[in-house]
Design a binder for this molecule. Structure first.
Ligand code: GMT
Length: 377
């Protein structure tokens, strides 16, 4: 048994898959006896109640009048260094390359080489930001100089290599769900609020950004609802939501669509669904499809990015080329009207989530990486 570690974790603490994964990982590592120090600009929203072995260090940004842009990155790097010194951290594990990997490297320069840096790439930090000429070179620097780099899918590893010409090793560490939280919940009390008996529920959860192709969600739903009595639940908020609301009204679907806004208890909400829709343009992994899978809900989605590594076409859901809403709607209608097949998919979902993407397995993979960079094998 290796010694417990002291780990600094930095992530975007507000809503978003990378922040969720970072926070849940911190909680699980703390349960295993490691000491976890979150270094972020506000408390990670998924942290919740008090946890043994978890500490929080707030990054305060100077707003001195000469700054046109308050230098958050420098304050973060300084805070990482201070916490590393005071708490004798073994390593910093940063989620999302920009600016976190660069800040961690600065902290390492200040603290000395003993402090190791592990960077986890989550998706848009590569697929969107590494295409931006103003950031590309600095993202490459962050990746090349980290002591270990992990990515949440094979597809993201491939994209990172292609876009940034990275030759150094990148560890594959899929995202995970905590099986004690994500399981099919009893929602018999709640379901009548959203659907009549005999109606099916389709769901989409996202930050309603253009990469999610939310207009496709409405098109798929309209085509399904024409054949199968159903409702659509939209969860989350973001820039495309007003456009989506207008589209729903124009298509005369208002009475069939419920907007639930942001929701904290995802396992409970997801358990309401019969199908999850994820027709994204880009998706390095698709955490929401895993959350659905763990609650026994199949996903109908696009073949974008890492989705095919998570959703097994014809077993735990169906996938079609990006934008192919006709085919996605056909698949959805087929699954919703074939009880035997639906039950089979549901079982496949539960089994796959509990085996391939289980919290114990992925946490152990991260621990192996930590001990490796620290030279403790
Ligand atoms: O989905 C988003 O746009 C948010 C983004 C984030 O940084 O939180 O999600 C990315 O990381 C998640 C956790 O690893 C992945 O499950 C999402 O697929 C990924 N999003 C994209 O690649 C668009």
């Amino acid at each position: 048994m290796n010694r417990p570690l002291k780990i600094g974790i930095t992530c975007y603490p507000s809503l978003g898959g990378s922040g969720v994964v970072a926070t849940e990982l911190g909680k699980l590592l703390a349960e295993k006896g490691h000491e976890i120090h979150f270094i972020t600009h506000s408390i990670p929203f998924r942290l919740g109640k008090f946890h043994r072995n978890i500490y929080y260090h707030e990054v305060e940004v100077s707003d001195y009048y000469v700054f046109r842009y308050p230098p958050y990155d420098l304050s973060l790097a300084s805070k990482m260094h201070q916490v590393a010194q005071l708490q004798q951290l073994d390593l910093l594990h940063v989620h999302y390359a920009v600016p976190h990997a660069i800040c961690a490297l600065l902290a390492k320069q200040m603290s000395g080489d003993r402090l190791k840096v592990v960077t986890t790439l989550h998706g848009t930090d590569i697929t969107v930001l590494a295409q931006d000429e103003s950031l590309k070179d600095i993202i490459r620097l962050g990746i090349r100089n980290s002591d270990a780099v992990t990515a949440v899918s094979q597809d993201l590893i491939r994209e990172t290599r292609d876009l940034l010409d990275i030759r150094e090793p990148i560890d594959l560490t899929y995202n995970f769900v905590d099986k004690r939280i994500y399981y099919p919940r009893d929602i018999s009390d709640l379901r009548p609020e959203f659907a009549e008996p005999g109606e099916k529920i389709l769901m989409h959860i996202s930050n309603f950004r253009p990469v999610k192709r939310t207009p496709d969600v409405i098109d798929i739903f309209a085509k399904v609802a024409a054949r199968v009595p159903s409702r659509l639940l939209l969860v989350g908020e973001g820039p495309d939501l007003p456009k989506i609301q207008a589209k729903i009204e124009t298509m005369g679907l208002g009475h069939r669509v419920h907007l639930l806004g942001k929701q904290d208890d995802v396992a409970q909400v997801v358990s309401l669904a019969d199908l999850m829709l994820l027709p994204s343009e880009k998706e390095s992994f698709g955490l929401v499809a895993l959350e659905a899978m763990a609650c026994g809900v199949p996903t109908i989605g696009s073949e974008a990015g890492g989705i095919p590594e998570l959703v097994v076409h014809g077993k735990t859901g169906y996938l079609a080329p990006i934008g192919c809403t006709d085919r996605m709607a056909d698949y959805a209608a087929e699954l919703l009207t074939d009880e035997r097949k639906y039950a089979e998919f549901r079982e496949n979902c539960l089994h796959r989530a509990r085996t391939e993407f289980c919290n114990d397995r992925i946490t152990a993979e991260y621990e192996r990486i930590y001990y490796r960079v620290l030279g403790i094998e």
